[in-house]
Design a protein. Structure first.
Length: 514
């Protein structure tokens, strides 16, 4: 029996939860289970993982706890449904962890039958709103707010009731790491480019990001098209004794305004930043910071949406988070090049449900040409996980996989094939994290990992390789040592605990792998 789960990111509105499951499983309860927790619901066991690579680990623990049948699972991502089912889990009993196809960015839900089955036939719709499906922007009525302290500031935000979708001003506590890193990046950037003073928080919501920048000495402008957000921004600036301009306007209108120049612009929209890129690169002087939360289009899980938003072909591979990073950077590069602006990524990370990048700008046609030169294609064999990349804007896909002869070689691109960060700058950011930051330790670990990454396309997942080879995986340290001993460069990556980057081909990895 296959039990359906739902990817919390890809299916925010729960539109693709099979109707028969809504009443039975209580998906809203399932998705409210904290990350990493397991919950027993009658005859099902549900595991919600932060990252699909954690699922096998959590599943092992759950199995050890007495689930008596091999589980199977389906992930629903809106445009296609993948049965991770029986094949992947068949060898659990032999101690071989299941290897999930990396089609999902995060929060895959796995269900397992202990005994019996589900009732068949029509199921009544749930009686209450689907809490947890919309995890963060559900807020209590206006006036019923709460205080949040991040870094040196304390702001008011709408209370988060988590049980309904309202039009309250958005606040996501999960983005604290993103904001902490932003503040540190702005500090590091000001040392690199002392003329930078004016910071635009183009989608400010509660204003927490812009207020933090203002408290750090930036001449901050906070913009939102929601009048309630604007009022909250004003109150939060005042509450912290910060100067700053607040505008009730569309971000694009502010960015296109010839009377204004911003040294740094920060885009933090709902979903894709694509509609704001041209105005940003046309007018910003020094640094552009972008958050993109539309990971399904970015990584190719929702391919047509990715094609529409990013004018490239994203492919859903096992390095899906990196695909998202490179698709986003390519879109930034193309937008910038339109205005004779070149971009150099200083830091890019894929964390939880978003990609965040900071790109340094150079205003010259030559720099723009170099930026375009960093675009190209990845050819990927889903059979053996071979991949190669090629710079340029003409794709010349191999007819067959040079490694296994498979003829289903996929083309992704044009995507960004250049560096995704500058290690020295990442180290500088790390050095600007301060003790008042709530996520300092996590941010430090993230930045250390990014800093040490071999920065080339595209990373591998060690567990997925061993899965393809039908062998049990070994420890990462021994694995990387084996590559190093054979003369290859290799590093871990921030994309996941079993991911690594190397200049060895998939065949060479196979040869030297312990
Ligand atoms: C994800 S929230 C921003 C969160 C905020 N930056 C933070 O760190 O908490 C997105 C905000 O963008 C605003 N927004 C959406 N489209 C906009 C536009 N075209 N111009 C200005 N604001 C916009 C929304 O009203 C919302 O408040
Ligand atoms: Zn192949």
């Amino acid at each position: 029996m296959v039990i359906h789960g739902v990817d919390a990111f890809c299916d925010l509105h729960g539109e693709h939860v099979p109707a028969a499951l809504v009443g039975v499983l209580g998906i809203e309860v399932v998705l409210a289970v904290p990350t990493g927790a397991a919950a027993a619901l009658d005859d099902v066991l549900v595991v919600v993982a932060d990252d699909d690579r954690e699922v096998p680990v959590l599943l092992h623990a759950a199995l050890a706890d007495g689930v008596d049948r091999a589980p199977s699972a389906v992930a629903v991502d809106g445009e296609d449904t993948r049965d991770y089912g029986r094949g992947e889990f068949a060898r659990v009993g032999e101690g071989v962890p299941p290897v999930l196809d990396g089609r999902h960015w995060h929060s895959i839900l796995v269900a397992s039958v202990k005994s019996g089955g589900f009732a068949s036939g029509p199921v009544a719709p749930p009686e209450r709103p689907r809490a947890g499906v919309v995890p963060f922007n559900a807020a209590a009525p206006r006036g019923d707010g709460m205080e949040v302290t991040e870094g040196a500031v304390t702001v008011d935000v709408p209370a988060q009731s988590g049980d309904s979708r309202t039009d309250a001003v958005f606040f996501n506590p999960e983005q604290e790491l993103n904001r902490d890193v932003t503040v540190a990046a702005l500090r590091a950037y000001r040392e690199r480019e002392p003329r930078a003073e004016r910071y635009l928080d183009a989608m400010a919501a509660s204003g927490i990001r812009g207020v933090r920048a203002a408290a750090d000495g930036w001449a901050a402008t906070l913009v939102d098209r929601d009048p309630d957000a604007v009022a909250l921004c004003e109150a939060n600036l005042a509450r912290n004794g910060c100067d700053g301009e607040v505008r009730h306007d569309d971000a694009n209108a502010v960015l296109w305004d010839p009377e204004r120049v911003f040294d740094v612009a920060d885009l933090d929209p709902f979903g894709t930043p694509a509609p704001f890129l041209d105005a940003t690169f046309a007018n910003v002087r020094d640094l552009v910071c972008v958050t993109a939360t539309d990971t399904a289009p970015l990584c190719g899980a929702h391919m047509q949406s990715g094609v529409r938003k990013y004018a490239c072909v994203p492919r859903n591979t096992e390095y899906h988070a990196e695909m998202g990073v490179r698709v986003l950077l390519a879109a930034l590069a193309r937008s910038a090049a339109r205005f004779d602006v070149g971009v150099a990524p200083l830091l890019t990370h894929a964390t939880r449900h978003y990609v965040r990048t900071y790109v340094d700008l150079s205003h010259s046609a030559g720099a723009a040409n170099e930026t375009v030169d960093a675009l190209g294609f990845v050819y990927h064999c889903p059979e053996c996980l071979y991949r190669e990349h090629e710079f340029g804007l003409h794709a010349e896909r191999p007819d067959a996989c040079p490694n296994c002869g498979g003829t289903n070689v996929l083309t992704a691109g044009p995507i960004w094939l250049g560096p995704t960060h500058e290690s020295a700058f990442v180290a500088a950011i790390r050095g600007r994290l301060t003790a008042d930051m709530g996520t300092r330790e996590r941010a430090t670990r993230l930045l250390e990992r990014v800093e040490g990454e071999l920065d080339r396309p595209t990373h591998y997942d060690q567990h997925k390789l061993y899965g393809r080879w039908g062998e049990p995986a070994v420890g990462m340290a021994a694995f990387l040592d084996a590559l190093g001993d054979a003369g290859f460069r290799a590093s871990r990556t921030h994309y996941g605990g079993t991911t690594f980057e190397t200049d060895a081909s998939v065949a060479e990895i196979r040869d030297v792998a312990p």
